[in-house]
Design a protein around this ligand. Structure first.
Ligand code: ZN
Length: 388
């Protein structure tokens, strides 16, 4: 398994070892070294530190029929926890997870990012969760916060979020100063991508793409084993792929972006403009019409599917990724999107990447909050060089 262009080093080794044991269960040091492609000495020194702090424990030695006995190491799930926070347009969702990524509990609150005291309110919500974890005597590793916007991976500063209206905000620094615990901030789709890299079914893949399709459209990229973020964290803005020369204005300020035609918000808008659904209705109502057999509703989903398939084919042709994971609010409606999407994708993929696997994941309400906890568990892979 590759972990970036070089080998894993420093705290990255810790992250890799913990995530591997969370996924696979107990393994010997030799097995860990082999699977992660690390030297036995590196694994020995890294696991020694993790044993010393109680995150790992040794099990009874396994005695093989031939050869030396080996001592399996196992994760101690309750030895450390993380709080994951999703800051969305209209709500804040939080979860508390154990070291193995299993969710202990979660909660959600209405939230208005445009309110003058929005960051103070966010701080108080997180403070309440930290106090709750302390009451339950759960040791806390840190807090991961996922936001829709461009985040500087090194500092956790939110450079730009058109959705939240927060620009140039040193969010990680502000939360850290107020809360006094390690806080890591990252883009929401980057967080989902890293969680997939650490704990998901694609964990063993060195190259994959996560495409999130909901109110907005974004992508996360793992290339050669490491998340790819681009200059100052701006990679992955798949939703702003220009597809129409003079289309409707996008939230980014440009015109004709993919997001204006194929996001769930765009679908709902098209349904309203066509008079198919009421002025307050959303994509769920449009989906219900499609299920009921309404041809015009089905056509809107098919049009979006064709655009998404064609756009994605272009991205896969450039990157050569062998796996694409599709997540987001559109996935419960994928039955109406699939045929046109598959056809457009197949028509535009180059022959050398036609075997690319598309995995459409079931919609999970807490996906981003759980991934945000992974930022804290997965630092520094998730938030390189943020020092909490
Ligand atoms: Zn745009």
């Amino acid at each position: 398994m590759r972990w970036g262009a070089g080998s894993v080093s420093g705290d990255g080794t810790r992250t890799a070892v913990l995530a591997l044991l969370a996924r696979r269960g107990p393994l010997s040091r030799a097995q860990i070294a082999e699977i992660l492609g690390l030297s036995p000495a590196t694994v020995t020194s890294s696991t020694r530190r993790l044993l010393a702090v109680g995150m790992l424990a040794e099990q009874e030695p396994r005695v093989p029929a031939a050869g030396r006995p080996s001592i399996p190491l196992r994760l101690v799930p309750r030895s450390a926890h993380a709080i994951g926070v999703q800051v969305a347009l209209d709500h804040v969702a939080t979860v508390l997870t154990r070291l193995d990524g299993v969710v202990v509990d979660g909660a959600s609150w209405p939230f208005d990012p445009a309110a003058p005291e929005a960051v103070e309110r966010l701080t108080e919500l997180i403070r309440g969760r930290i106090a709750e974890a302390a009451r339950q005597r759960r040791p806390l590793l840190g807090v991961g916060v996922a936001v829709p916007g461009v985040v500087e991976p090194e500092t956790g500063t939110l450079r730009m979020s058109v959705r939240l209206g927060w620009n140039g905000m040193p969010l990680a620094a502000r939360l850290r100063a107020a809360l006094g615990v390690p806080v890591f901030v990252d883009n929401d789709i980057s967080a989902v991508t890293v969680a997939e890299r650490l704990y998901g079914p694609s964990a063993e893949c060195a190259d994959f793409l996560v495409v999130a399709i909901g109110q907005g459209i974004g992508a996360g990229l793992v290339l050669d084993g490491a998340p790819y973020r681009g200059a100052a964290g701006a990679a992955g803005e798949f939703g702003h792929l220009p597809i129409l020369a003079d289309g409707p204005e996008c939230v980014c300020g440009n015109r004709g972006c993919l997001e204006t035609q194929a996001s769930t918000e765009a679908l709902a808008r098209q349904g309203r403009e066509a008079g198919l659904i009421g002025p307050d209705a959303g994509v769920g109502e449009l989906g219900a019409l499609a299920v009921a057999g309404d041809e015009r509703a089905r056509e809107l989903f098919a049009d979006a599917g064709a655009l998404l398939g064609r756009a994605l084919a272009g991205v896969v042709n450039i990157l050569g990724t062998s796996t694409v994971v599709v997540v987001g609010e559109i996935t419960p409606l994928w039955d109406h999107v699939r045929a046109a999407f598959d056809a457009a994708l197949a028509a535009h993929l180059l022959p050398c990447v036609r075997e690319t696997r598309i995995e459409v994941r079931p919609w999970e309400e807490r996906l981003i909050a759980v991934a945000a906890a992974g930022i804290a568990l997965g630092a520094p892979l998730a938030a390189p060089r943020q020092r909490g």
